[in-house]
Design a protein around this ligand. Structure first.
Ligand SMILES: Cc1ncc(COP(=O)(O)O)c(C=O)c1O
Length: 385
């Protein structure tokens, strides 16, 4: 029903993904999609624009209520309305949460390789970044609990979790999240679970909202999610900050107000409400389309360039590719991908420890472009000196 095959030019739209990349190179780096948003979102925005007056919003309109129903339908967990606050984007929300919940000198754990801005977020407010790298057994990434026990100490106040995990594509299982939640509860560490990719889970996998695990975890942990990745509206700043604990919520709201960021963007209200109300069918079809793109890339790699290893993704539209067998340095690998394959991927080193020799490939683009891209990669590798 929806036409994900359509090639829509993004020229002259001020797109960061396309503008910095030379015209004959295919951009597959930053996490936005080359698909138009759900028609209902576009229609709602058009209707709002046609009104012609864009004054301050007095409330979130139907956004937060639509979110609770969406989470109930999609993730079998419905947060209470009064728990939900917002921020203009997930990163901005995470920074404000760190301000609200830490003192300078406190420690914050992240689990690399991970979404790069986590590094600066964890160092904001004068906090000390502590790394607990994921454990990779050659096939699958796991949370490293042994290492976690060693690095967590009484100064550790927060753990920022990426769930599902960008860039390794894990959809953490309920048992893994429960074990993490329990460890953090015992050690007075609040988990901020960045669930921006929660809706982008591949068939046969199921996302678990962290706060859905148990009442105790619910009472002490925070979930951040957003309509931006799901419906391809990341240029409209909107994210949901879900804080069941009243004291933690009050602290967050104080920072939100101090930064004068509590009035939501007029287009964010419109787009988020429409997306969470009408977006199910579009998302269901999108997920099948993304899965077919992933299979195309996975099968081609396996059959024709088996020296490259694709880490089997469970969620997100971002593939984590292991190029280590080529024996290139990270700089050489990036140059090879750009100059020989004519692709612009995100170098693994941008995700910190554990990223050397890897590349992240965004496959949220029409199939014909993905086909061209993977052929270019095959040719580059087969003709490599
Ligand atoms: C894990 C994660 N968090 C946050 C973001 C960005 O969120 P925002 O643009 O709302 O700040 C991204 C974007 O790729 C992401 O992967």
């Amino acid at each position: 029903m929806y036409d994900f095959d359509k090639l829509v030019s993004r020229e002259n739209t001020n797109s960061v993904k396309w503008d910095i990349v030379p015209k004959d190179i295919i951009p597959m780096w930053v996490a936005d999609m080359d698909f138009t948003s759900p028609p209902e979102v576009i229609a709602a925005l058009q209707e709002r624009v046609s009104h012609g007056i864009f004054g301050y919003c007095g409330s979130h309109g139907g956004w937060l209520e639509a979110l609770t129903h969406w989470m109930d339908r999609r993730h079998n967990y419905s947060p209470k309305l009064e728990w939900i606050s917002t921020s203009p984007g997930v990163v901005a929300g995470l920074i404000m949460l760190v301000r609200a919940l830490t003192e300078p000198g406190d420690k914050i754990i992240i689990q690399p390789p991970v979404y790069r801005p986590f590094y600066n977020i964890a160092r904001s407010n004068g906090c000390e970044l502590v790394e607990n790298p994921l454990y990779f057994d050659g096939l699958k990434y796991r949370l490293d609990f042994e290492q976690l026990k060693k690095v967590a100490d009484p100064k550790t106040k927060l753990l920022i979790l990426c769930s599902p995990h960008n860039p390794v594509g894990r959809v953490w299982e309920r048992d893994e999240l429960a074990a993490l939640g329990e460890f953090c509860l015992e050690n007075n560490i609040t988990i901020i679970s960045d669930e921006i990719h929660a809706d982008l889970v591949l068939p046969t996998y199921q996302h678990t909202v962290l706060t859905a695990i148990s009442k105790e975890i619910e009472e002490n942990m925070i979930v951040v999610n957003a309509p931006s990745k799901t419906f391809n509206i990341p240029g409209i700043p909107a994210s949901n900050i879900i804080i069941p604990n009243e004291k933690l919520r009050r602290n967050y709201l104080k920072v939100l107000k101090a930064n004068s960021l509590y009035i939501p963007d007029v287009f964010a209200v419109t787009a988020a409400t429409a997306a969470y109300t009408y977006g199910d069918n579009w998302l269901d079809e999108l997920l099948l389309y993304l899965d077919a793109n992933i299979n195309l890339v996975a099968n081609t790699i396996e059959e024709r360039i088996p020296e490259i290893k694709l880490i089997k993704p469970e969620g997100t539209y971002l593939l984590w590719l292991d190029f280590r067998s080529l024996g290139y340095s990270d700089k050489e690998l990036d140059t090879f991908i750009k100059e020989n394959a004519r692709l612009w991927l995100e170098p693994g080193i941008n995700f910190g420890r554990g990223g050397n020799g890897f590349m992240r490939m965004n496959i949220a683009s029409p199939r014909s472009r993905i086909q061209t891209a993977i052929e270019q990669l095959v040719t580059a590798i087969r003709t490599k000196a």
